[in-house]
Design a protein around this ligand. Structure first.
Ligand SMILES: [Zn+2]
Length: 138
């Protein structure tokens, strides 16, 4: 949400449980986290913070990641092979960006996370509503 914060985005670190996978995402002061009810997210409690490609960087753990695909195969669900945690992935809604799991941020309390329900079970009706979240700021 541009204009809502008083400063620019801040790089926030996060990662999986065992520490093999570490990432940073540049997040605004206030971020929306989508709580999706699809068959995958409902099982894991994943909270999506979707960012453009330039606002995400993998610090370590590329070799520890394994992926899972289902349905259309567009989304690449990435899990740590050691601890099984999905701390970020390439979402179907935003194949040009990344989805970071708000629950995997080191200091989630430093960010004003506003949880928004997302009806991923009805993907065909709702998926496109997220596409803008991975657009690079011009
Ligand atoms: Zn791990």
């Amino acid at each position: 949400m541009s204009g809502e914060g008083t400063r620019g985005p801040v790089w926030r670190a996060g990662g999986c449980h065992c520490g093999a996978v570490r990432f940073e995402a540049a997040l605004d002061e206030v971020v929306e986290a989508h709580d999706c009810n699809c068959s995958m997210c409902a099982r894991t409690g994943y909270l999506h913070v979707i960012v453009p490609e330039s606002r995400f960087r993998l610090l370590s753990g590329a070799e520890a990641l394994t992926s899972y695909a289902f349905n259309t195969g567009v989304a690449r669900h990435l899990f740590c092979k050691v601890c099984g945690i999905k701390s970020f992935y390439r979402p179907r809604s935003n194949p040009d960006g990344w989805s970071v799991n708000a629950r995997c941020l080191d200091e989630a309390e430093a960010v004003d996370i506003r949880v928004v329900p997302f009806d991923g079970r009805r993907w065909e009706e709702n998926g496109a509503a997220l596409a803008h979240l991975s657009k690079e700021a011009s």
